[in-house]
Design a binder for this molecule. Structure first.
Ligand code: SF4
Length: 324
């Protein structure tokens, strides 16, 4: 669905201002998915099974929030190994813990051998519960993922070897992931591109990208909230705006329109700033804590306050999906 310009529009002047800011910002370097919390949130560098863990875990980066009726209620937070972790960090930690216990845990054949209860236990918190709000969807995707690798007689290492010899390795990786359950469902390939930047930027540098132009924007709910609040995407007074302000569930076509506008805005920002998808993603990922979901953001302390529209009432589309 394309944006209805009377409701959603992209603000090119503001994209230019953000591009200038990001070019000069030290916070726009890519993240290595290791050093911030090596051995706890993320696995130690160079360990056995790290590649397979990230192939698996990136496919499960979705749905970390709860609903109450038709309204967004709260982010998922659960205690794991003595620390209260928000959804994405919880999932990384649960996978790192499983890898530390068994380096073969995320081989597709090992996943296929696990009964449902064993897969559920991978994500148990300190109280012995699996807190993932969309566990049935995760379980379906795990089963489909393991079946795909069995049918293809392949493995994450095999996929990586093959794409690395292609003339355009990043493009080849995205094309391959477009067929694998867990990645295949999203036409905008958010989780696939997340895996690509992990493989490129981890200390092991699993993927050597010869074709940075194949990169696509990584559009999750934090990023949609950011583009709406910063004014990179403007929302006119409308039924959609009321839903975004009151955090009420939106229709599929409304979510598709907001996400498509966010995708286009971030694509233009990448082009104007000259920064990689990874650098832009890391900047906005950090912005999720500066401009949070649950408390009023502290705009005067925010590094982008001079170029931001400060639309703090706006919220990401409330929409259940396995894409993000
Ligand atoms: S905290 Fe305020 S200034 Fe910073 S991105 Fe959010 S709305 Fe903009």
């Amino acid at each position: 669905m394309t944006c209805d310009p009377s409701v959603l529009s992209i603000d090119d002047r503001r994209i230019g201002a953000f591009a200038d800011f990001l070019r000069q910002s030290e916070t726009a370097d890519p993240f290595d998915f290791c050093s911030r919390s090596e051995g706890f949130i993320y696995p130690e560098r160079g360990g056995e099974g790290v590649l397979e863990m990230f192939f698996f875990a990136c496919a499960h980066q979705f749905g970390f929030w709860t609903l109450h009726g038709d309204r967004w209620r709260a982010p998922m937070v659960a205690r794991l190994d003595g620390r209260d972790l928000k959804g994405s960090d919880f999932l990384w930690r649960a996978c790192t813990r499983a890898l530390q216990a068994d380096p073969a845990a995320f081989q597709p054949a090992a996943l296929a051998r696990q009964p449902d209860a064993g897969l559920d236990a991978l994500f148990h918190d300190d109280a012995g519960n699996n807190p993932l709000p969309m566990w049935p969807e995760h379980l379906d995707l795990i089963r489909g993922y393991a079946r795909w690798f069995a049918d293809q007689a392949s493995s994450p290492a095999g996929v990586l070897r093959r794409v690395q010899t292609a003339p355009r390795p990043l493009n080849a990786l995205l094309e391959t992931l477009a067929a694998i359950p867990g990645y295949a469902e999203d036409p905008l390939q958010k989780k696939a591109m997340l895996l690509a930047i992990v493989l490129e930027n981890r200390p092991e540098h699993f993927l050597a990208v010869a074709d940075p132009g194949s990169a696509v924007p990584i559009i999750d709910y934090h990023l949609q909230r950011s583009v709406l609040r910063t004014g990179l995407v403007r929302v006119a007074p409308s039924a959609l705006r009321r839903k975004l302000e009151t955090r009420r569930r939106v229709e599929p076509a409304e979510e598709e329109a907001v996400r498509a506008a966010a995708y286009e805005a971030i694509a233009r920002l990448m082009a104007r700033s000259g920064l990689s998808a990874a650098a832009v993603d890391w900047f906005f990922f950090q912005n999720r804590t500066r401009c949070p979901e649950s408390i009023e953001p502290d705009c005067p302390a925010c590094p982008v306050q001079a170029v931001c529209a400060r639309e703090t009432r706006l919220f990401q589309p409330v929409f259940r999906t396995t894409a993000y």
